[in-house]
Design a protein around this ligand. Structure first.
Ligand SMILES: [Zn+2]
Length: 913
């Protein structure tokens, strides 16, 4: 058997993925069982501009673990990949390229610009799809979708038209969030709101015909140029006599009324507020109620308009602010300026301060859609959030407070709004230009220049990707999907909108469960971000430690936030090496052996009166050994537990279970315990049997590990003797042998053998204790020692007795003596065992007592010094009060450990007299 000494992850990553993909193993069609249950995930489509970051790597790992697991369980699985056209981000990317060439998008014109974006996509977009292949993501590339594909665009138009016809999409004037930098409107969700230190200006407006001024407070004094009223609360005694009066608006020649409106907060500022309907959403609403004019004084570039007055026109908004304040001061109308912290809105992408502008946009009414989503939750509890707390509440609260969605964007890259205008300005909404012409009865139409918010098409993703509005077989088979895996920051932007659209157009939820992952923070606990340059590049981690080790690390993140810790990946790289080495040992001793699942079906000895027997080469029959019964029990217990963990989205638990099974049970014990049989020189049936069994256990373990570590498991599995088509799950009759289509071990509870596990644990405990003594007492590895055991419990004695050969071999003992109570020389190292048993190793002749006493005293002194230092720390009130509680507890624990260890050492020193 030829197997490299060292595991080389890159080699495995290089060729297995390509083989899986070309053979069509990722597509659901590979499953030939007509009655197979279905498992579907649609990927949260990454931006076409994106490259892989830790958030993707985390989500993809979890999705792939679930998909591979279900596939191996015989499900018809579809993990559907794709990308989002990412309107603004992509347009900006191409704008930047053009800028380098000294051009702008206006130089190209719309059509050429859009062509250029498609070209950009073809050349440099979708880098992430290459990286996903490296990750091992078992997505069905034959069904890859892009939100701007013709099919998906058709779905977008269909939804738009239907919602318009239902009166749920309308065009109207509103004050919207405008980004002066990106030149587009943004939805509330694309705006970051954060408190910021600023100033509150108290401006005085003279009341006409009275010797009185009315003071208003504002953070944006430049907007006063667009005021069309001053409002007070009708219940406010201070202003009652002013309602109906007229105010001379300073710096302009306009007169504006004082109006009463109960929305005015008497507690804010002076109780009187300036009303600027064109530049504030609340003022806009009030303006509608009181039929106030709208005076636009700031334009889309955040510069003052002609209506702001001659001396302000053309000024930047902040320059205008200075100037307005200056003018008020000169006229003695500036009452005061106070420091004030208020919430300021910035564009999520470019961080430019948002300018609220009045503008004609397309909106989606959300009331009916919201009710559909709330109904799904209250009646069917769909989707089920994992974890339920706090996400279910966050989601429903948000829905309950949902406002209309601004869906138009002033961009060229995206789905152009399917609305056309006649010469007379009449609006025709249609699925195509031809349909629009037919409806309008003229071909003289102009299409709306705006495109739809990128999230409009993402909201349709779970069904548009499956062929909707056509009743395709895929749509019937794969909708709704089983689970959505995503991050908490897009529950509103995306998850809720998919639910609403699914409920409206498919009459049911788009997915059963929503698994919300935690966030991977940097090692300091900060969010990773491009601007902070603190991100960890998953591909670099793959290169350094291998994809499998990285996936294991990511799989156990689960739903909580964690700090990135490279040590963890390193430890899983070591685990991968451990797997390789163990498998290598098995393979180097595999002559005459073959994977044979029949070897793993033993009746538990304790409960079966006639245990299965094994024919040995010399014609004798032997019952299955304790270690075989034990490893089979452990294997089945592990399989049952891993399946349970995966069903409950407990990935961390599954990883831990597998890690300990493979490392501790299989490598550290089972291989050690069977080593003699496996490496026997003579090719007896007993040897071949032992070899086959160890290799069969290995094969099962590789299957269990496969969803997490696809590469190393496939690489090793392919080398095992005796694997073939018969190893595949019965649903995959058309496939060539591959571990990814082998049946995932379900675990058989009837093969869990508590008695065998108890017996084996007792032996393991004894061997471990003797090994500890060996290392603690510095006994040379070559020295054989005597092991004396006293066990009052008869059952325990018989367990030890039957294991004496194994014990002698594994601890290098010249003698293992077992009796009902311990009798040992004074100069012995002792240990307490389970079940009240005791153990002693006589030290006479093994070590130099004088030297050893001195060494132990030195150790005692060192520990004492450490304890004194720690005690002093605890005496320091500063430390106890300020250090984190865990740290203080750690110190206390360490002191207790030292005390215990010191007294053990004392005992040993006395014994060595
Ligand atoms: Zn912006």
């Amino acid at each position: 058997m030829d197997i490299p000494k060292q595991y080389d992850p890159k080699q495995a990553e290089l060729h297995h993925y390509e083989r899986w993909e070309t053979a069509g193993y990722f597509a659901p069609e590979i499953n030939k069982d007509p009655n197979a249950p279905v498992f579907t995930i649609v990927i949260p489509p990454p931006n076409v501009t994106g490259s892989l970051h830790m958030g993707h790597a985390l989500q993809h790992t979890i999705m792939d673990v679930m998909t591979r697991h279900k596939r191996m369980c015989g499900y018809r699985t579809l993990w559907l990949p794709g990308m989002d056209h990412a309107g603004i981000s992509t347009q900006l990317m191409v704008n930047r390229e053009l800028k380098k060439e000294g051009k702008s998008r206006n130089d190209l014109g719309r059509e050429k610009f859009v062509e250029r974006v498609w070209q950009w996509k073809a050349d440099s977009g979708g880098q992430i799809t290459v990286q996903m292949r490296r990750e091992g993501a078992s997505v069905d590339w034959s069904r890859e979708r892009f939100t701007m594909d013709e099919d998906l665009s058709r779905a977008v138009r269909e939804v738009f038209v239907r919602l318009y016809e239902d009166g749920m999409i309308y065009r109207g004037n509103r004050v919207v969030n405008w980004c002066p930098q990106d030149q587009t409107v943004l939805s509330d969700l694309e705006v970051d709101k954060a408190p910021q230190a600023g100033k509150l200006y108290y401006l005085q407006y003279p009341v006409k015909g009275r010797d009185r001024r009315i003071t208003v407070a504002t953070t944006r004094p430049e907007t006063m140029l667009g005021d069309t009223a001053v409002a007070v609360n009708p219940d406010d005694e201070r202003f009652r006599d002013l309602v109906g009066a007229t105010v001379q608006l300073p710096l302009t020649n306009r007169e504006i009324p004082v109006i009463a409106d109960e929305y005015v907060d008497m507690e804010f500022g002076t109780g009187a507020v300036k009303i600027t309907p064109a530049h504030d959403p609340n003022d806009y609403e009030m303006g509608l109620r009181h039929k106030l004019p709208e005076v636009v004084v700031i334009d889309q570039f955040a510069k003052m308009t002609g209506d702001a007055g001659e001396q302000f026109a053309g000024l930047d908004r902040y320059k205008a602010r200075e100037k307005v304040v200056e003018e008020f001061e000169q006229r003695g109308l500036l009452e005061k300026v106070v420091d004030y912290e208020f919430s300021i809105s910035r564009c999520e992408r470019c961080k430019t301060v948002i300018e609220p502008l009045i503008s004609t946009q397309w909106f989606m009414r959300m009331d009916q859609l919201r009710d559909l989503a709330l109904e799904l939750m209250s009646q069917k509890h769909k989707p089920a959030f994992v974890p339920e707390v706090p996400y279910e509440r966050i989601y429903t609260n948000w829905l309950e407070n949902l406002r209309d969605w601004t869906i138009s964007r002033q961009l060229w890259w995206g789905h152009q709004i399917p609305a056309w205008y006649t010469k007379d300005g009449e609006v025709v909404v249609a699925r195509s230009e031809a349909e629009a012409q037919e409806k309008a009865g003229t071909s003289d139409l102009t299409q709306d220049q705006d495109v739809l918010d990128t999230w409009f098409s993402s909201a349709l993703w779970p069904f548009s990707t499956l062929g909707w509005p056509n009743e395709t077989q895929d749509l019937k088979t794969f909708y709704p999907s089983s689970v959505l895996v995503t991050a908490r920051d897009i529950i509103f932007l995306w998850v809720s909108r998919m639910v609403m659209m699914g409920a409206k157009f498919m009459q049911r939820e788009p997915f059963d469960d929503v698994f919300i992952t935690g966030t991977i923070l940097d090692s300091q606990g900060q969010r990773m971000s491009k601007t902070k340059m603190n991100g960890v590049d998953p591909v670099e981690v793959f290169d350094k430690y291998g994809v499998d080790a990285t996936r294991l690390t990511l799989a156990q993140v689960g739903t909580t936030d964690i700090r990135w810790n490279e040590k963890q990946v390193e430890s899983y790289r070591n685990f991968a090496n451990k797997i390789w080495n163990a498998a290598r040992f098995c393979l180097l001793n595999s002559e005459g052996a073959s994977v044979d699942a029949g070897l793993l079906v033993l009746g538990p000895q304790a409960s079966s009166p006639a245990p299965m027997t094994i024919q040995t080469g010399d014609g004798n029959t032997r019952g299955p050994s304790i270690q075989d019964r034990w490893i089979i029990s452990r294997l089945n217990r592990t399989a049952v537990s891993v399946n349970q963990s995966l069903a409950g989205y407990q990935f961390h638990e599954a990883v831990q279970t597998l890690y300990h099974f493979f490392w501790d049970d299989f490598c550290d014990w089972y291989i050690e315990l069977t080593k003699n049989d496996v490496t026997a020189e003579e090719a007896t049936a007993q040897r071949n049997n032992a070899r086959s069994r160890v290799i069969t256990v290995l094969e099962q373990a590789l299957r269990l590990l496969h969803p997490f570590m696809p590469y190393i498991t496939e690489d090793l599995w392919q080398r095992l003797p005796g694997i073939g088509k018969q190893s595949l799950h019965p649903a995959y009759t058309a496939a060539e042998p591959t571990i990814m289509l082998a049946a995932f071990p379900a675990g058989d509870s009837s093969l869990i053998d508590d008695q065998a596990e108890w017996e084996m644990q007792a032996t393991i405990d004894l061997i471990s204790r003797v090994r500890n003594i060996r290392s603690e007492m510095n006994i040379k590895p070559g020295e054989r020692l005597r092991v004396l055991v006293g066990a009052p419990d008869e059952r325990l004695r018989s367990v030890y007795e039957s294991a004496t050969t194994q014990i002698s071999r594994l601890v290098r003992a010249s003698e293992v003596s077992i009796s009902d109570h311990l009798e040992a020389p004074r100069a012995s190292a002792r240990a307490v065992l389970v079940g009240g048993a005791e153990l002693a190793v006589p030290l006479e002749g093994l070590i130099d007592f004088d030297q050893e006493r001195q060494r132990l005293r030195r150790e005692q002194e060192k520990l004492q010094a450490e304890a004194t230092k720690l005690e002093a720390q605890l005496q320091n009130p500063n430390f106890v009060e300020r250090a984190p509680a865990e740290r203080v507890a750690e110190v206390r624990d360490r002191i207790a450990d030292i005390a215990q260890r010191t007294s053990q050492l004392q005992q040993t020193i006395e014994n060595l007299q």
